[in-house]
Design a protein around this ligand. Structure first.
Ligand code: NAP
Ligand code: 8YV
Length: 320
């Protein structure tokens, strides 16, 4: 038996996480959070874990020596942080290293949704430009728009700074107003939606954000309105969004995230006024490498110094 701490990896993880962990730790890899293939003896020795996805209380309960869970991603809604906190386990995430990539993707998704570049490129590739003439004009444009940002945290701030050169008006909704921005604050989401004609959502998945973008918010956004969601699929009432797009309650939407990934409702795929991405906002090699490094560096810092680099606010970080 090795004297290196045993680290559990339930499910798929970025290859760089596995390779770097293997330099310092003993690894226990299982197919998913049920960990059915691991013996109770193995689970009783697990001191650390990394995960990209679900880490439920039912798994935490079977790991009596677990000290730290390194979650891959800034959003950690897959990890039961309440159960972790109750057991004195630290959870870490990967903030900041992905801000630029996610903000860049958001702008690309916004422009693609408004100007239909994906459909235009497909038109060219199918030889239709030569046969049928110019691609139809896009009904929508970014020009003269008012953009509301739902969530003005690390990524929301980067999105706002990228939007400023586009000469759009910017407003936002969060639970608490920021004191360091010149943008108009709205204390309700429906109020923000009524004041703007593009809404970008970049909030975490929490009980409060669950279904927050509902029929009333979409109604308030209006018939020229555009919704961009790069936060979490759970924030949007998907049936209400489908109905709003079908009826023209709003004009268009761009989505990187969905309620039940990787399953995307056929009704969304069938709609023409949508740009859809398969949760790729941070998915470049350099950014995912930086996220992988932060996952591993958190575990190393925990076991070497007792101080994790980026613990989430819900879990304590007492010395190991
Ligand atoms: P962050 O710095 O914690 O910012 C979160 C923002 O959301 C804050 O402005 C916060 O303000 C606001 N917020 C939280 N709860 C709210 C509520 N109930 N109503 C209104 N506003 C609320 O997080 P971040 O690093 O920017 O990341 C945000 C989220 O984006 C992540 O949690 C993740 O789910 C998602 N994400 C997605 C991708 C992707 O690949 N598509 C990539 C990265 C991140 P208040 O606390 O004042 O409310
Ligand atoms: C990743 C994300 O796609 O950081 C997040 O919250 O949603 C993305 O960057 C995801 O974490 C990969 O598991």
């Amino acid at each position: 038996m090795s004297d290196r701490p045993l680290v559990l990896i339930p499910g798929r993880i970025h290859s760089r996480v596995r390779a770097r962990l293997a330099e310092t730790f003993e690894l226990l890899e299982v197919a998913d959070a049920s960990a059915t293939e691991a013996t109770p003896e193995q689970l009783s020795r697990v001191r650390g874990a990394t995960v990209s996805g679900r880490f439920p209380a039912s798994l935490i309960d079977r790991l009596p020596k677990l000290e730290v869970i390194g979650s891959f991603g800034v959003g950690y809604d897959g990890v039961d942080v309440k159960a972790a906190a109750a057991h004195g386990i630290v959870v870490t995430n990967t903030p900041d290293v992905l801000n630029d990539e996610v903000a860049d993707t958001t702008i690309a998704l916004l422009l693609n949704t408004l100007r239909q570049f994906f459909f235009a490129e497909r038109y060219l590739r199918e030889g239709r430009w030569e046969k049928e003439g110019a691609f139809p004009l896009s009904p929508l444009s970014l020009k003269g728009r008012k953009v509301g940002i739902h969530g003005l945290g690390r990524i929301g701030m980067e999105i706002a700074s990228r939007l400023a050169p586009f000469k759009v008006e910017i407003a936002y909704h969060t639970r608490r107003p920021r004191t360091d921005v010149p943008y108009a604050y709205h204390d309700s989401l429906v109020g923000l939606a009524a004041a703007v004609d593009i809404m970008i959502s970049i909030v975490p998945s929490t009980p409060q954000t669950n279904g927050a973008i509902n029929a009333a918010v979409l109604e308030a956004l209006g018939s020229n309105g555009v919704l961009i969601n790069v936060g979490r699929g759970s924030t949007v009432d998907e049936p209400a969004l489908i109905a709003a797009l079908q009826k023209g309650t709003i004009a268009a939407a761009g989505l990187d995230v969905f309620a039940d990934e990787p399953r995307v409702p056929q009704a969304l795929i069938d709609l023409p006024n949508l740009s859809l991405l398969p949760h790729v906002a941070s998915a470049s090699v350099p950014t995912r490498d930086a996220m992988a490094d932060l996952v591993v560096d958190n575990l190393i810092a925990w076991f070497q110094t007792g101080k994790p680099l980026t613990p989430v606010p819900e879990t304590p970080h007492k010395p190991a």
